[in-house]
Design a protein around this ligand. Sequence first.
Ligand SMILES: Cc1cc2nc3c(=O)[nH]c(=O)nc-3n(C[C@H](O)[C@H](O)[C@H](O)COP(=O)(O)OP(=O)(O)OC[C@H]3O[C@@H](n4cnc5c(N)ncnc54)[C@H](O)[C@@H]3O)c2cc1C
Length: 431
Amino acid sequence: MDRVGGRVNTVPFGDGLVELGAEWIHGTANNRVYETAIANDIDVVNDDTLESEIYMSDGSPGDTQLISELMDFANKVIDDPPPVPEPLGQYVTRRVKEHIKEKYPQIANDTDFIESILFCIQLDTEVYESSNSWNELTTSSHFKDLKGHQGVSWHRHGYKTFFEILLNTYNNGPGYPNLDIALNKEVSRITWPRQPAEDAVVSCSDGSVYRARSVIVTVSLGVLKERHNTLFSAALPSEKTTAIEKMSIGVLGKIILSFEKPWWPKNMTASTFIWKAEDRKSIPKEDIWTSMMSGASFGLGTSNTLTLWLCGDAARLVETLPEDVVKTKSMEILRRFMGRDTDIPEPTAMLRSSWYKNPFTRGSYTYDNLLTPQYPNAREDLGKPLLDSAGNPRVLFAGEATNTQHYATVHGASETGYREAMRLLNNSKKI
Ligand SMILES: Cc1cc2nc3c(=O)[nH]c(=O)nc-3n(C[C@H](O)[C@H](O)[C@H](O)COP(=O)(O)OP(=O)(O)OC[C@H]3O[C@@H](n4cnc5c(N)ncnc54)[C@H](O)[C@@H]3O)c2cc1C
């Protein structure tokens, strides 16, 4: 692309910076990203203690206590999987219904309310996992949270600061004189050497060719799915192509709106939208995507922007819709949920992500799907290097999808870069 950072993309917007891609540092213990920020005296902010409100689709305030308890329960259930793997949505639905029967018998027959709350938990889960449907997620996920706060924000510094530190350009640093980053350079083929004396050859679509002893490939699973057949010569071994085919990457989308000044309550960091069953049923077919917005967040990088979240097919569709349609419909949703007691003004500008349309990402991040129990080593296989005939690693693989426990995150991606750099360094000592 024309910038570094990949699926981290901080852009100036509103009265500060917004994140079109990764936004939070998840966990503070043994987190390379968090440790990098702290080591450089950056005052990152813990964003998970501030206030979140619940809004209903008819504009009425939700029963925050009840709904929050049910959402917390659903989150706990996700961390308490059944002995036999099953689709996550199916499992959470069953457990939440049992919980309501036991703890709230007075609402156990209110099917409309139960449908509404389950739809909200579904959207929340799908957005978090970036999956198309919560029934495409397995209950036997291999993901491991790092300990500590889960929502640490780079706020007005922006996530881009992590890359400035890595590149030694933070705080007007001089960079690294021998580092040569070629932007706008599309790799079209990587030729994998079999003989120890041969180079690895990287060919680009502008005709340029690079030769090196080793190559580390960090493209997303979406890019590998689309072009692994032409990207590698010789073709990849079958264990790697099986991993590429069986694993999943989802699409998470953001619509970011700026306003003259903030109109939402001070200190609010998120709002959750809950559709009443009859309201959702009345949405015209062409606008169904608007019912897939799980809520809004109010990032700390600006004071006057908010982000609406979408995933799966709805996120994919929004990437293709005309600008004015996305803006008008987004405002209708905001006014429906949050406008009963507030006069919500027109936005001053809008931005939206396009992680699926982008040929250099083709998705947001990976998740463990229903095939994961059948292919438990897929991430490990994806991360294995291609060796020459003497067993030296010559084409190596990093990137979030190759992390067996911390995939879908920036810290996980960063760990894999380190892992492969160490593999090369350790191997070069042997030669
Ligand atoms: C909307 C969204 C929200 C997210 N939120 C969070 C969050 O809050 N916290 C968190 O920790 N993580 C989050 N993530 C996930 C996180 O951004 C990714 O896991 C991580 O950035 C992936 O890094 P990577 O190095 O594996 O891949 P990438 O960042 O995708 O890097 C791959 C690089 O390969 C380049 N490339 C691709 N194809 C070619 C080619 N043919 N030739 C040359 N170069 C090529 C790309 O341009 C890119 O620079 C989010 C992601 C998205 C999209």
